[in-house]
Design a protein around this ligand. Structure first.
Ligand code: ADE
Length: 244
């Protein structure tokens, strides 16, 4: 997977892409991440990338020319094959299924908006997709781009050591994760649940599944209806709903 990120602040990405899983994914060649400074594609001696809005009102708007020029220069002949994703609070909401969808592509170009907004011509005639990472307003799309790169990268084959780990993750099956414990068996008077120390694998699996269902019911009932539940899961759910 190749990510091309267009930004006015490439320095923001240092760190996020230079540690841990993303660092290893880059080193192994699973992902390539190229940062492109939009300012390098702005015309004139002053390299202006923003301007005041037509019609008045406060704030500055990112000009279309440098963003179009950067996208065209970066994608070249691949221009019509690569999704051009504008990060904006107006986009479709990013979630695990969008991450899975994006992970199917070989290359993605992410445009980070800044200031009060981006000229509408970028939304309409350049972006092929618009994505928001949540219903809040960030100072720009950079952190949103980091979120997308992270969530997509860990889905790529070979990036996580254990393929089961991705599968069992929160949201992967539409359920929140069950609680995890490690040593010590009692910490400040709080014990690890007996079942986890019992060595009964089938019971541990059942307990974890039930905990995941219970947790999802308590914390995210909105996602429960789209979870993949077995007959046994549904029976358990009915029991806790009746007793709750
Ligand atoms: N830019 C500013 N806020 C954003 C958000 N919530 N998602 C994506 N890009 C953004």
């Amino acid at each position: 997977m190749q990510f091309d990120i267009l930004t006015l602040f490439p320095g923001l990405f240092a760190g996020a892409f230079e540690e841990s899983i993303i660092k290893r994914a880059r080193e192994s060649g699973s992902v390539t991440i190229a940062l492109h400074n939009i300012r390098d594609y702005a015309a004139g001696r002053h390299k202006v990338t923003d301007d005041t809005p037509y019609g008045g009102g406060g704030g500055m708007i990112m000009k279309p020319e440098p963003i179009f020029a950067a996208t065209e220069a970066v994608l070249g002949e691949q221009a019509d094959m690569v999704p051009v994703i504008l990060l904006t609070p107006q986009g479709r909401l990013f979630d695990q299924s969008v991450a899975r969808e994006l992970a199917r592509h070989d290359r993605l170009l992410l445009i980070c908006g800044r200031y009060e907004g981006v000229d509408e011509r970028v939304h309409r005639y350049l972006a092929t997709d618009e994505v928001s990472i949540g219903d809040y307003v960030l100072s720009g799309g950079e952190i949103a781009a980091m979120v997308i790169v992270d969530a997509v990268t860990r889905l790529l084959p070979g990036v996580l050591g254990d393929p089961a780990a991705t599968f069992e993750d929160s949201h992967a099956e539409g359920l929140l994760e069950y609680p995890h414990y490690t040593r010590p068996p009692t910490f400040r008077g709080h014990p690890v649940p007996d079942v986890l120390l019992s060595g009964h694998h089938a019971e541990i699996t059942r307990w974890r599944r039930q905990q995941a269902i219970q947790r999802t019911l308590e914390r995210r009932p909105d996602i429960l209806s789209s979870a993949h539940l077995t007959e046994e899961d549904l029976a358990y759910l009915a029991r806790i709903e009746a007793s709750g």
